[in-house]
Design a protein around this ligand. Sequence first.
Ligand code: PEP
Ligand code: MN
Length: 364
Amino acid sequence: MQIEMLENWNPVPDQPLLIAGPCSAETEEQLTETALALVANGVKIIRAGVWKPRTRPGSFEGKGEEALQWFQKIRQQVPADVKFAVEVANAEHVQLALRYGIDILWVGARSSVNPFTMQEIADSLKGVDIPVLVKNPINPDLALWIGALERLAGAGITKLAAIHRGFSSHKKTKFRNVPSWQLPLELKREFPELPIICDPSHIAGVRELVPELSQKAMDINFDGLMIESHCNPSEAWSDASQQVTPSRLKEIVDQLRIPTKGVADKEFNSHLVELREKIDQLDREIFDLVAERMAVVDQIGAFKKKSNVTVFQINRWNEILKTRSEWADELNLDHELMEAVFNQIHESSIKRQMNIMAKKEADV
Ligand code: PEP
Ligand code: MN
């Protein structure tokens, strides 16, 4: 892929790329008020969705072409170096966005997942020379993300960037979309010249997490941020819980520590994040397994109750200690650690079964 350096199209070349604006352009007043406040706070690239990919039909799906006219009016009220960005999901969106002079396009997570859509967008961009940013596909598939970027590169787009917005997961986490930082880091390793922007708003799902995610992105050497900002976040027609006011956005950006360390430190940081990510995943698996074990413990409890058998059985406990101690040897693990862990697990299992025993027949 031929990729132009970010400095060549970042309106503030010596700083991380910053894109901010509402999730959706809702009304002319809302878009204008938000955009002017953001520009007054130093933002040079204003975003807003005018076609909204909603999970269920019937939700607000964007104002389309009408909202593109609002952008044109706002442009006349701001300095000439302010740029405007919208999401496109098909060839018609591209044509309309270009007709209304939109400066930067991005492809959303529900589009980058689909090679047909990506090819259609790429074909409609042949001969066009504007920045196009590609969000990661909703599922954690690095090849699909790269493929989407390659299709645009194949159409001659050189001002390319990737946006990391987290991945869907069936597991419940504190994030709306799990960050899985190792994926964008792998992308960076494969294409070191490709700018990677973080979208902490869609990772977080709640505004309280946006500052720490933004800082993390800076710590691991991301090239910029896309943050959702709305003049009245709680009243937003989409993504109300994750948007921040323009003044809060300024605070978040002003408080960021932008590391100016040497390359070695940055590599060290990225590697550390990757390894910690692995630890997080493994710990999660440990928790899932403990939960699974406890469910079996409960089944045994109910079974013992039915057959009127005591909860604690010394033979079984001795057998557990013996086999676990052998497993510790096999895996070269510390005996003390394994004993401590198993004592706790066993104690908790006994407690659960005692509770089951104590419950009235009808509750079990
Ligand atoms: C958006 O940026 O408003 C959006 C729809 O994001 P995503 O494609 O990441 O879900
Ligand atoms: Mn949104």
